[in-house]
Ligand binder design. Structure first.
Ligand code: SF4
Ligand code: SF4
Length: 431
């Protein structure tokens, strides 16, 4: 995990390795073979493919839709094709972010023209119209992997009118948010306006990560109408930002890539079909931030950057919260911020919990991590899920500080799933 802890208290200090990727030019990864486009509804509904083997599919055309409308007040979800080409079949894959999921396999063909798109005028639109346009673009927020529409609707219910654009690349190898802001600052700022219109709000802040390696100078980069707030400190930095600027929690944090997608959904009328991904790690030859079409397999990305040591750990995400993958056909999907490829992940050998309490101290949600883990390890899942796991943000800080190398964050994430299912079951009984 290459964690070097240099401060104590609420945050984990981490040695940073992001400069090589940040300073490399932003390139696009060509698709060499097939694209694998997952069919899933981020709201949990059932999706049905509407294409079959051999079908011609244009970029932005419909691949799948929900079988029945869900209660998100906006309408059904759908999956649009990120590439033009021909359908080669439908395959089940195990995906680190989505679990077991059906994927439409598409052989790209540039002779198939994309579907025409319709730009919208933000000024001429109502709040609901903006919300519908964001929903139709299928935007997943890379900050928390949630649909942007769902987040906006929840914020509206709570009468929140403040937006915080989040570019807090606080894990060691990741700089995709900083790259998004430095290259597309104006689009991020337009995206903030789009979300503010949907909220009928308000004001906004832009939080950017600041470290000795990378200085985001306002003179060098254009951030549109907004003055950035530079945040320094340990992981997870969002906690410090929240504590300093929104202690009551009355704000809507949105990742800068999602904001850029929101701007594009309005100004060009296109869905979210690509991601800016930091590809880095101790065995990547040419680390960089890359524009990757969603559906591109990791192997195409690795071939593009080159690998100069044995890639023992291919991590989908970053070293703090990501998951190791073995299948290099695993596709990049909306919300992917990083692929980290490591030869070694230096952590002490796993031992037993010593109850040192470091996991509890560092947890931004103040969860009694080791208590929950103690029950979990005894197989007492119901008891274990009573310790507030539903509030776990999955930040990984507890695992990073654990001197016994215990996978506490993974356990808390598992418990969160259990608890959310229990809550859903209770709610459906009440309806
Ligand atoms: S940090 Fe690790 S060893 Fe310490 S109490 Fe938490 S789980 Fe146990
Ligand atoms: S992963 Fe969850 S339990 Fe662990 S520190 Fe982060 S919020 Fe707390």
């Amino acid at each position: 995990m290459n964690v070097s802890i240099f401060n104590t208290g609420k945050y984990v200090g981490l040695e940073q390795h992001k400069e090589p990727a940040f300073s490399a030019p932003l390139n696009s990864v060509p698709l060499r073979g097939n694209a694998y486009v997952p069919i899933y509804d981020p709201y949990g509904g059932n999706m049905r493919p509407v294409v079959r083997d051999g079908d011609r599919c244009a970029r932005f055309s419909l691949l799948a839709r929900t079988t029945k409308p869900h209660s998100n007040q906006i309408g059904p979800s759908w999956v649009m094709s990120p590439v033009s080409g021909y359908v080669q079949g439908i395959k089940t894959m195990e995906h680190p972010m989505l679990g077991r999921v059906l994927c439409v396999v598409i052989r790209p063909d540039s002779s198939v023209p994309p579907l025409p798109t319709t730009p919208h005028s933000l000024n001429a639109m109502t709040e609901d119209g903006v919300l519908r346009a964001i929903h139709q673009a299928g935007i997943i927020d890379e900050f928390d992997h949630r649909p942007l529409t769902e987040k906006i609707l929840q914020a509206k219910e709570r009468d929140i009118r403040e937006v915080a654009a989040i570019a807090l690349d606080d894990s060691p190898y990741v700089s995709s948010a900083l790259k998004t802001v430095s290259e597309f600052g104006m689009e991020v700022s337009d995206g903030i306006n789009v979300v503010l219109k949907a909220l009928d709000g308000g004001s906004a802040k832009l939080a950017i990560y600041d470290c000795d390696e990378i200085h985001m100078d306002a003179e060098k980069y254009s951030f549109g109408f907004i003055k950035p707030i530079k945040m320094r400190g340990g992981f997870p930095l969002i906690s410090k930002f929240k504590h300093q600027y929104y202690p009551k929690g009355n704000f809507l944090p949105v990742g800068v890539q999602a904001l850029r997608s929101a701007a594009q959904a309005l100004s060009v009328g296109i869905p979210q079909t690509n991601s800016i991904v930091t590809v880095s790690g101790d065995c990547v030859k040419h680390p960089g931030n890359l524009v990757v079409v969603n559906g591109t397999p990791i192997e195409d990305v690795l071939r593009f950057v080159g690998v100069n040591k044995v890639p023992n750990y291919v991590i989908f995400g970053d070293t703090m919260t990501g998951n190791t993958v073995s299948d290099l056909q695993t596709p990049i999907v909306a919300g992917t911020r990083a692929i980290t490829v490591m030869n070694s992940l230096s952590r002490p050998d796993k031992t037993s919990c010593t109850r040192c309490g470091k996991c509890v101290t560092v947890c931004p949600m103040d969860l009694p991590v080791y208590e929950a883990m103690r029950h979990y390890e005894r197989g007492e899942i119901d008891e274990a899920s009573q310790f507030g796991a539903e509030y776990c943000s999955g930040c990984g800080a507890c695992s990073a500080v654990c001197p016994a190398s215990l996978e506490t964050a993974q356990i808390m994430r598992n418990l969160k799933k259990v608890k959310l299912k229990l809550i859903e079951r209770e709610n459906s009984k009440g309806n």
